[in-house]
Design a protein around this ligand. Structure first.
Ligand code: GDP
Length: 321
């Protein structure tokens, strides 16, 4: 991806790694206190991981892993600590399922699920725009019939990116919208159908039942559908968001995560909690409200970059010297 003015990649870095300079500084200070990389450093490590919002369980597990690695190593400097931590982070990431390859099917059906306000409608538009750029025909289904304004919001996006939408009236049955959208997608030979689902109905229980019903309808009409169920998670909600997200994994069968609002958030550590506690891959990160503010997530780079010094920080520091 090419860097455009405003620096999309810079925004991702800031969101994901805003904490990394701090992590390095705190660990560096702890190691420098002359004690090497000892138990007090491990305590500092757990603290900075908590501050980066990896969550208590994941912070504890990572620290324990680093402790075990230290026991079997003769080195106890900052570099050894960093490489032990990177290895532990890579292990967490490698235990989650890999993203499913794009299926070779005439029509791929992709559901977007998550609580209201997480960014489902916006992410639907962003993903649709990527597919349009890749030359694929796209249809949107406005199956969030409960949130006021959701249908119109999706229509505005669709108009901007030039894709059709199947919609009913506000309050209509989402199953009926999906049914019509599936029929339209098949009739028109569309390659990608994105389904924007509701984040809240009258009670939460009904929402999960509704999502299960939407899955059954999709599977009945298109073999293998829904091919992807993307859980849209707002990074700024931190660990609370993760607790809510669990319900979507169990009931809606989420296959991957789109982590939104990483711009203006220092909560990049949540990526690790998603891998470890939800066992789901993070596929994209959202870094703004514009249609191209969506970036594919690369977990291998993440683990290393989390503890690397940002070249921009280094340049600024050198310039100040
Ligand atoms: P929905 O209720 O899940 O459909 O959420 P929306 O798509 O309506 O998004 C809720 C708000 O979050 C809107 O104001 C969006 O513009 C905003 N939003 C969505 N994704 C991002 C993102 O990656 N960064 C920022 N800053 N805002 C976002």
């Amino acid at each position: 991806m090419t860097e455009r003015p405003g620096g999309l990649l810079a925004k991702v870095r800031r969101g994901l790694f805003m904490t990394h300079t701090e992590i390095l500084e705190k660990l560096g200070d702890a190691v420098k206190k002359g004690l090497g990389f000892d138990e007090s450093v491990l305590e500092s490590l757990e603290e900075v991981l908590l501050e980066a919002d990896v969550g208590a369980a994941t912070a504890g597990a990572l620290t324990e892993g680093v402790r075990r690695r230290r026991a079997s190593s003769s080195r106890n400097d900052l570099a050894a600590l960093k490489s032990a931590l990177v290895e532990e982070i890579e292990a967490v990431i490698s235990r989650a399922p890999r993203p499913a390859p794009v299926p070779d099917v005439p029509l791929e059906v992709i559901f977007l699920v998550g609580v209201n306000g997480s960014g489902k409608t916006t992410t639907t538009a962003k993903l649709a725009a990527r597919e349009v750029s890749a030359g694929n025909s796209v249809l949107l289904a406005a199956a969030d019939t409960f949130r006021a304004g959701a249908i119109e919001q999706l229509e505005v996006w669709a108009g901007r990116i030039g894709v059709p939408v199947v919609r009913h009236q506000e309050g209509a049955d989402p199953s009926a919208v999906l049914f019509d959208a599936l029929a339209a997608a098949k009739a028109r030979g569309v390659r990608k159908l994105f389904v924007d689902t509701a984040g809240r109905l009258h009670t939460k229980k009904n929402l999960m039942e509704e999502l299960a019903k939407l899955r059954r309808i999709a599977a009945r009409e298109v073999p293998g559908a829904p091919h992807q169920v993307l859980l849209v998670l707002d990074a700024t909600t931190g660990m609370n968001g993760l607790t809510q997200a669990r319900r979507f994994v169990e009931a809606a069968g989420a296959t991957g995560v789109v982590l939104t609002k990483l711009d203006g958030s220092a909560r990049g550590g949540i990526v690790l909690a998603i891998y470890r506690e939800l066992s789901l891959p993070v596929l994209y990160v959202g870094v703004g409200e514009a249609v191209d503010d969506l970036v594919p997530f690369d977990p291998a780079n993440y683990a290393r970059a989390l503890l690397e010094e940002d070249p921009e920080d280094a340049a600024r520091r050198d310039a100040a010297l």
